[in-house]
Design a protein around this ligand. Sequence first.
Ligand code: MF3
Ligand code: CO
Length: 284
Amino acid sequence: GQIVPDRSLLKTPEQIEMIKKSAALNTAVLDHVAAHIHAGMSTAEIDKLVYDFTTEHGGIPAPLNYEGFPKSVCTSINNVICHGIPSEHEILIDGDIINVDVSTILNGYFSDASRMFTIGEVSPEAERIVRVTKECVELGLKAAKPWGHLGDIAYAINSHAQENGYSVVEEIGGHGIGLEFHEEPFVSYVTPKGSEMVLVPGMMFTIEPMINQGSPEFYVDEDNGWTVYTDDDGLSAQIEYMVLIKEDGVEDLQKNTENLPQATPFFAYSGIKKDYRKGQFLFR
Ligand code: MF3
Ligand code: CO
């Protein structure tokens, strides 16, 4: 009993080219946020950075109006697990950790990735959950092999989280991506090694575990229907990669820097001029 992907989940070389262009713009948007995020700004300002940069480069922010989501990006601070809605009333302060989750449509093709940022001086425990989350995603990526299983990725992530005293959210996971925002399969990060779908060349999906400091339980904001909070108010961190399974390995499209959009001054100093980034960002 192996679970194998439907043919429709395997991307053609032409589709892969187009999705990679979308992913390159998505990465550029994240770089743009990284260059401008700082204490004292509102999450609505992050939303504007994302909307303006994406549309200036011919893209559409995928979250905007997606099933009623009202903004262009998800911004999830501290005890927010995911799907935080940017607001002019929410100001970044020293000590915050924030996930910025960017998704882009370019010429009809979808991409999706997220990073954690630390704002100013953060507590050792906040720093640790961000670092371990990055390690979890990297270990998940390493465990992904053509003809392996989705569960291999989950096992690598869940074991490392647990070894560090953290828990992994169960009911929210990753997804196929490319021709649609959310495609099959659902990607769990708590399933056993060797279980779940076989990783067939041509598949594309996200690795985006949500790592909680305390319990993995959560609740959803009743008023907006989106924002997901830790049940125990503990910290939560998430990093999202978008991967392509190939015959000879796995490509992380979030790190793709081919075909980056050109001709904005931002690229001249991206990641180089340290003082330009008032907020620090970790683990590019
Ligand atoms: N990476 C997130 C996800 O796949 C992006 C959510 S955008 C939203 O769930 F619009 F759905 F909130
Ligand atoms: Co996603």
